[in-house]
Design a protein around this ligand. Structure first.
Ligand code: TNX
Length: 541
């Protein structure tokens, strides 16, 4: 076996910039080291997948691999427990490596030879990620008598946060689609799903103590007025909305967990709160009444920082939210909170005086820090959009940098963890091709090649500061995305480019190679029934 089980001192193999090997190997994201071999491993009715005995987790991973092989070949290999030390020929082996090495939790090695396949990792997560590579060695569309090309792979990710966000407030997407979205993440070896659950235009998570959040805040009159004009008239003047029950949330979290994806919930505060204020106007500065947002944009009415009820309410909400999500990180929003109401609210002004704050920005900082204390007391960490830097960063907060990379750079210098989501490179709500040919979108221009060129780590940071850059993610804001088909269109194929940005060593990134390797990926999307954008570059329709 030529595969090296360690990445220590291993320089990335540059020859792999060759687009697709003679055997047609085209893996996305490009692995750290990939050496094509000779011959092929045939999938036959006799093929079995061996996993360690009494290991339910490995069995589950084996079963998901078996299903993928079944989809591609029509043959679904049985998953059987292997006796320790025994290695049957003509089989696929999933093995946990006992010895310490440098693969980390997500790394894996894969050896495909004509006689057998061995997938090995330190952790089950690494094995799962390795099965995604095997999946891409299979034909993208169902092919009888298919086989795997011989190859040796040693692989691990560049960044630990490889994420995709989904805004389910501006438009609501059913559980089935959220699972589908998670499937796309899994295919791309992404490991974080940022679920934007609340905003002005809809509150989407059941909170038992405050039922009106969803019964009132989960619905609005018509879809976002002014967006579609006459294009989607059936959306206007109808009650529009929806929400997830806590049982459904658990179901999605479990689904993601089985795919080694962490679901990070976002509960927006103090801004983007109009849906919540419509349900409970006493949490505002003016007392309302309000209407769940029907247009996009930023609203002046936000949670009142002068009102102790606000904090009690948000703590109650998080008390129900946190146990639903195993994620250590809870996203509390913090973006685009106009200070208009706080400026004229006597209680807010009294709070500014009492707490010796300079202005409303420091009042927001006070707000976030107060919530942080509560979240920390439950053993969790807060993350916020880069506005939480203004007025002083909460002591343990992680920062999501969206207004460029500056906020993230500043936060890393203050030794805070950072996830980069700069609009210029990873706002997947922006148009991806010639705007005159693309469907209506919020605007912008973010072609595939630009996503591919994204570099999440700012060059100006020192080696020490760079450690705080956890990774990056793309955001899918859905003001202009009313349907699941449209959501797929906006994320595919750009998610493939992002996956390579986040997984593959920078020295191996190669746009020409990527374009060629994308051809089977498009066929894979088609086989999955995904409405991917064909405008990204020339794809045969
Ligand atoms: C800004 S990015 C927002 C969202 C919008 C988005 C539209 C961020 C933290 N806030 O509320 O949906 O722009 O691109």
């Amino acid at each position: 076996v030529a595969a090296t089980l360690s990445l220590a001192g291993l320089a990335p193999v540059h020859s792999q910039q060759a687009p697709v090997s003679a055997a047609g190997i085209a893996v996305i994201p490009q692995p750290v080291r990939l050496v094509p071999g000779t011959g092929r491993f045939a999938i036959t009715p006799e093929t079995k997948i061996y996993v360690g005995p009494k290991n339910e987790e490995l069995r589950r991973i084996g079963q998901s691999l078996s299903a993928e092989i079944g989809r591609a070949t029509g043959v679904t290999p049985p998953v059987v427990a292997a006796a320790p030390g025994k290695q049957a020929a003509g089989a696929i082996h999933l093995k946990l490596l006992a010895a310490p090495d440098t693969l980390g939790a997500e790394g894996y090695t894969l050896s495909v030879q004509p006689g057998q396949v061995v997938l090995a990792a330190r952790q089950p997560q690494g094995l799962y990620l390795g099965t995604q590579t095997i999946r891409q060695l299979l034909p993208p569309q169902r092919t009888a008598g298919a086989s795997l090309p011989a190859v040796e792979v040693t692989d691990k990710p560049r960044y630990q946060w490889r994420g995709m966000h989904l805004d389910v407030s501006r438009h609501f997407f059913p559980v089935e689609f959220v699972k589908q979205y998670i499937d796309y993440l899994a295919l791309h070896k992404m490991n974080t799903f940022h679920w934007h659950l609340t905003d002005d235009q809809g509150w989407r998570i059941e909170i038992k103590k405050y039922p009106k959040l969803t019964s009132v805040g989960g619905f609005r009159e018509g879809t976002l007025i002014g967006h579609y004009g006459a294009k989607v008239p059936e959306y206007d003047h109808v009650r529009y909305g929806g929400f997830y029950t806590q049982e459904q949330i658990k179901e999605v979290v479990k689904y993601a967990q089985d795919r080694y994806i962490t679901v990070v919930p976002e509960i927006e505060m103090p801004g983007h709160a109009l849906a919540a204020l419509t349900a409970y106007p006493e949490l505002s500065c003016t007392g309302g009444p309000f209407q769940v947002g029907q247009t996009w944009g930023v609203y002046d009415d936000i949670f009142c920082a002068g009102n102790d009820q606000t904090f009690a309410f948000l703590q109650d909400v998080l008390t129900e939210v946190m146990p639903l999500f195993p994620s250590k990180i809870v996203h509390i929003g913090g973006d685009e909170a106009p200070k208009t109401r706080w400026k004229t609210c006597p209680k807010c002004q009294a709070r500014i005086k009492a707490e010796h704050l300079k202005d409303e920005h420091e009042l927001q900082s006070y707000f976030v820090q107060r919530m942080e204390k509560f979240v920390n007391s439950k053993g969790k960490t807060i993350m916020g959009w880069d506005e939480i830097l203004e007025g002083g960063l909460a002591p343990n907060a992680a920062v999501m940098s969206w207004r460029g990379m500056e906020g993230g750079t500043a936060a890393a210098r203050q030794k805070h963890q950072v996830v980069m989501t700069p609009g210029e490179f990873v706002y997947f709500d922006h148009a991806q091709g010639d705007p005159s040919l693309e469907p209506l979108s919020i605007g912008g221009y973010l072609p595939l090649e630009k996503v591919y060129a994204f570099e999440p780590t700012p060059k100006e940071l020192t080696a020490e500061e760079r450690k705080y850059i956890l990774g990056a993610q793309a955001n899918l804001w859905t003001e202009y995305i009313p349907t699941t088909q449209q959501a797929e269109y906006m994320v595919l194929p750009r998610m493939s480019a992002l996956a390579e940005v986040l997984w593959t060593p920078a020295s191996l990134k190669n746009w020409e190679s990527f374009k060629v390797r994308m051809q089977p990926q498009y066929q894979r999307f088609a086989a999955l029934g995904a409405n991917y954008a064909k405008s990204a570059f020339n794809v045969r329709q």
